[in-house]
Write a protein that binds this ligand. Structure first.
Ligand SMILES: C[S@@+](CC[C@H](N)C(=O)[O-])C[C@H]1O[C@@H](n2cnc3c(N)ncnc32)[C@H](O)[C@@H]1O
Length: 257
């Protein structure tokens, strides 16, 4: 069930994210770190509307694939103790620069999100916002998330919907019809580079349960009536995403045995 070559896939993703850092993520970090509240996904739906994470004050959090770590920064501002894990040095450099600029400090770990080296049962919450949730083989990172969480702890992650992946070709935006077979789907290499991983919903549920999680929510995000198609994230139109979910958030809780 694992990747054909996780090291080679990770190297492709480091290359992609080093380039993305030079092109836009470093530039966007200042704005993202200044957010009073996080919003979810490309349609920017506020946490206060969705209540995915709730009160995080006092929680130990690990963010898997933190990028420039603005989600962790927001968690720190909300009273949590985050640790950001990412494999791309350039992204972590930006996070460090933002820490120096803002005075918001928390640990950063340069590692593969599936092999963090962090202590077992050290987190109350593991989050991933388009980090490990799409860039790492779920059969590698979900066991790591389970290892990191204390019993009763929560896992929350945002990813593209399975549906939009099934409708995506090498040409953007996503079609209004299915182009990929669902059975056998998992590893995708898109022309812009990088390797993504996407499972069917039944596979996600089986994988989460096999790793000791109970699924609490699957939030399918809808583009608001006034949303317009994003310039950068043009893989799906606003019109498409008003009709079908283009993104989804999973919330699962590690069972207390
Ligand atoms: C969309 S970005 C991060 C999202 C973050 N919320 C942000 O926008 O800054 C995806 C991140 O996943 C990281 N990533 C990709 N593969 C990874 C791996 N195997 N382990 C850890 N991080 C990984 C990339 O380096 C990149 O920083």
């Amino acid at each position: 069930m694992g990747s054909p070559d996780p090291t080679a896939d990770a190297a492709k993703n480091v290359e992609l994210w080093t380039q993305a850092n030079a092109e836009y993520t470093d530039e966007n970090a200042k704005t993202n770190w200044a957010l009073d509240e996080i919003s979810w996904g490309i349609w920017a739906i506020d946490e206060s509307e969705l209540n995915v994470l709730g009160d995080v004050n006092g929680l130990d959090v690990v963010e898997l694939g933190c990028g420039t770590a603005y989600v962790s920064a927001w968690l720190a501002k909300a009273g949590a103790r985050p640790v950001g894990v990412d494999i791309t040095p350039a992204q972590l450099d930006t996070a460090r620069r933002m820490m120096a600029e803002t005075g918001i400090e928390f640990p950063l770990v340069e590692a593969d999100a599936a092999e963090t080296g962090l202590p077992p049962e050290s987190a109350d919450l593991v989050v991933s916002e388009y980090g490990a949730s799409i860039w790492v083989d779920p059969y590698r990172w979900i066991p790591e998330a389970a290892r990191l969480l204390r019993p009763g702890g929560r896992l929350a992650f945002l990813r593209n919907s399975t549906l939009v992946i099934l409708c995506s070709t090498d040409e953007m935006p996503a079609k209004e019809y299915l182009v990929h077979a669902q059975f056998g789907m998992k590893r995708f290499e898109f022309p812009e580079g990088g390797v993504e991983f996407h499972l069917a919903h039944g596979e996600w549920i089986d994988l989460l349960r096999a790793n000791g999680f109970d699924v609490e929510r699957l939030i399918e995000l809808q583009a608001p009536p006034d949303a317009v198609t994003h310039d950068r994230y043009a893989y799906v139109t606003a019109d498409w995403a008003r009709k079908w979910p283009s993104e989804e958030i999973w919330v699962a809780r590690k069972r207390v045995t």
